[in-house]
Design a protein around this ligand. Structure first.
Ligand SMILES: N=CN[C@@H](CCC(=O)O)C(=O)O
Ligand SMILES: [Zn+2]
Length: 401
């Protein structure tokens, strides 16, 4: 066993059950886990000593929603949006065409580059999805590629999003026959989650239900895209299927908020213990890029719902893996305190991936995923938005940045 003492931490944000923020702190890492946390003056010895030089340390970001398997460029679509066009689901088809053309090697390199960008920005636990293949062969290819990257330890969770859009030239029900049949069979061994884009221009309630029933019967856990473009059935279906997370949540009826809140009755928020409900995944960069109303994170938190902040990196609505940017936006524009935003971007994402026992906070026994800021306090993330504040990153006890 090899131990490392990280010391000279000016401010250590733990996101632990007491929400401790320690001054003049230290952390001992043993192999891939956290072995000790406390005052630097009381730190035990270790094989190696690393001074972080009076910087702030927080848990690595948990990015619970990304779409990293894509090729092609949609900057013109974005530019048109900035000139007044609305976002529509159909753009997914543009990326699908470009992605189908890309070789395995090219796709692998594109995904690996995006993961490297995410890690360079402090992300240490990352989910990503298929969804730009939209045929049995292509969805299977993307799922296999992602499971290989997972086996290499580059990504952590893989989601099947065959129901992202009805591809050009297909009828919805005919396409869904594939999704719930041969496509699901082909991806099953490579993925842990099933997802559906349940919204205007994508899939309706009956179609979403069909996919989720097949996915759960195949043993996949549920997460959902819902209520991005308009109020609709997404949140209700997420609750009905016990989804770990429903993401976007821009357009919510009172009943949606009540339904989500109702899933958190057996949960103790302070200790993050009990039976977790359906996390509301808020995606600020996406909201800005689509000029949508920012997800009502304040209202959701006040209703007792756990929220996550995630990048939703994809070429259509959010071409960024920067969690620093999302956290800054949540503080500056969504009415969250720094502590609330940090929790949502770490433990909140972990709960939304049901990984809260392993990652998402700095606690003894958890994976040593640490983000060192080039600043004395984490509030600098919002105070100096857009600045390159990620100084160093440890993932599973290994320095990766
Ligand atoms: N909304 C659905 N899927 C993606 C966007 C996909 C695209 O436009 O390419 C999202 O989460 O925003
Ligand atoms: Zn998405």
């Amino acid at each position: 066993m090899r131990s490392t003492l990280l010391t000279d931490i000016a401010e250590l944000t733990t996101v632990d059950p007491e929400g401790r923020v320690l001054a003049d702190a230290a952390v001992v890492v043993e192999d891939e886990r956290i072995a000790w946390i406390g005052a630097a003056a009381e730190a035990p010895g270790a094989d190696e000593r690393v001074s972080v030089g009076g910087r702030a340390v927080l848990p690595g970001w948990v990015d619970s929603h990304t779409h990293l398997v894509f090729d092609g460029d949609r900057s013109a679509e974005f530019e048109a949006r900035m000139a007044g066009e609305s976002y529509a689901a159909g753009g997914i088809g543009v990326t699908t065409s470009a992605t189908r053309e890309a070789s395995d090697e090219r796709l692998r390199a594109l995904v690996a580059g995006r993961v490297a960008d995410a890690v360079a920005g402090g992300t240490t636990y990352l989910e990503t999805k298929t969804g730009y293949g939209l045929s049995v062969q292509e969805e299977a290819r993307h799922a296999r590629l992602l499971s290989e990257l997972k086996a290499e330890g580059q990504i952590d969770e893989v989601t099947f999003l065959g129901a992202h859009l009805v591809p050009k030239g297909r009828e919805a029900e005919d396409y869904l026959d594939d999704v719930v049949g041969p496509m699901l069979d082909a991806v099953r061994e490579h993925v842990g989650w099933i997802d559906v884009f349940c919204d205007k221009g994508a899939f309706d309630a009956a179609q979403t239900r069909r996919v989720l029933e097949a996915g759960t019967a195949a043993g996949l856990r549920v997460r959902l895209h819902g209520n991005q473009i308009e109020e609709g059935p997404g949140v209700g279906l997420a609750v009905e299927f016990g989804a770990a997370s429903v993401d976007h949540v821009n357009f919510l009826a009172d009943a949606d908020v009540e339904a989500l809140a109702g899933t958190w009755g057996d949960w103790d928020r302070a200790s993050a213990a009990g039976t977790p409900g359906t996390v509301a995944g808020c995606l600020p960069a996406c909201d800005l890029s689509t000029r949508a109303p920012l997800a009502p994170a304040r209202r959701l938190l006040d209703a007792g719902i756990e929220i996550a902040l995630a990048s939703n990196c994809n070429p259509g609505t959010s071409y960024t893996t920067s969690m620093n940017f999302n956290v800054a936006t949540a503080v500056l524009q969504m009415g969250l305190t720094l502590a609330e935003a940090l929790r949502a971007a770490t433990l909140g994402g972990a709960i939304g991936l049901r990984a809260q026992d392993r990652v998402g906070s700095l606690e003894v026994g958890k994976r040593a995923d640490l983000h060192v800021l080039d600043a004395p306090a984490a509030i600098h993330l919002a105070y100096r938005p857009g600045m390159p504040l990620t100084h160093a990153v440890w993932r599973a006890g290994r320095r990766v940045v």
